[in-house]
Design a protein around this ligand. Sequence first.
Ligand code: NAD
Ligand code: TYD
Length: 354
Amino acid sequence: MILVTGGAGFIGANFVLDWCAAGEEPVVNLDKLTYAGNLGNLAALKGNARHLFVRGDIGDRAQVEALLSVHRPRAVLNFAAESHVDRSIHGPTEFIQTNVVGTFALLEAARAYWSALPEPERSRFRLLHVSTDEVYGSLGPHDPAFSETTPYAPNSPYAASKAASDHLVRAYRHTYGLPTLTTNCSNNYGPRQFPEKLIPLMIHNAVTGKPLPVYGDGLNVRDWLYVGDHCAAIRTVLERGRAGETYNIGGGAEMTNIEVVRALCRILAELKPGREYAAQITFVKDRAGHDRRYAIDAAKVRRELGWAPAETFESGLVRTARWYLDNEAWLAAVTSKEYQTWISLNYAGATIPA
Ligand code: NAD
Ligand code: TYD
């Protein structure tokens, strides 16, 4: 079996759902259920004996050690994190706690477990750490895309906390020989993403008649990947990646934010006509320290492991928009009071009504 952390969040839940649909191997899912974690994401697994949900913290070493010794997984996949750049600007403490201290505790628990494993389980064990392209910092318009050898230059507290966790993973490989794998992926989008991130926030605001708040001039560039393609890449790296290696994952779909928002408005106009969505676009105050451009060079994972995305940006965006339109109850459940408080804080002065 495998142990997944953060499997009630956006990417983790998609991963667990895909995992359970694809095979028989059980999964233990450890998640703290922060504002971003939602058991509703896992509703389809209710009654599935191959999925065991455990509420807990990756920073609780004793809890992780107990889970490892009871369930004896062949792999640990670490999705658990604080993941939103804007929240890290308003309050970085949780980012340091979970992403740095929590990953450290997880590594310590995994090291103790792995060290005591008999062969061949010891050689087969893997710890896969899910990370981001934001650790590499910001690109100029003509710079080559981030490769696995691009120096780290994180700019936000979020990116710095993820970079720190990547460095710890690297050190545990180098110093103790722990069989690690690290993936650095570009921006994901798809079903079950919390509506604080660009694409689900825009869908939510669009259909509820609110302004679509584009930061700054809207020309910041992100390289988008459909979440199902990210999950497929993680499965591929887990099965075929070389221990100790890092793999950059991305869809080769660089877009400015304003292009993304306009594409969404066009798709929504087809799927749910009745509003002039593009007229809701509003330029608002820029994010502090806003990285200008991210782009991933995914040549290594394509060449060595044969992974390639199945969705285009357009096809993935249609699937995503359709999912949000079909899952109004999910959206209503996660846009709770805490969510309204966040929106009021982050968009204060931007005349975005909660
Ligand atoms: P998310 O915020 O949607 O979900 C994070 C999950 O982790 C939540 O379920 C939360 O409850 C859980 N969690 C938080 N702190 C925890 C702790 N201390 N112990 C246990 N569980 C905890 O995030 P996401 O977008 O699904 O991202 C998952 C991972 O992928 C993160 O490590 C993130 O850095 C990375 N990543 C995300 C993107 C993206 O575009 N979303 C891109 C590249 C990499
Ligand atoms: P986001 O989804 O927060 O991901 P990240 O900051 O990790 O890339 O933001 C994606 C881009 O969209 C980023 O350039 C910031 C921008 N953005 C807006 O313009 N308006 C918004 O309301 C949000 C949340 C993001």
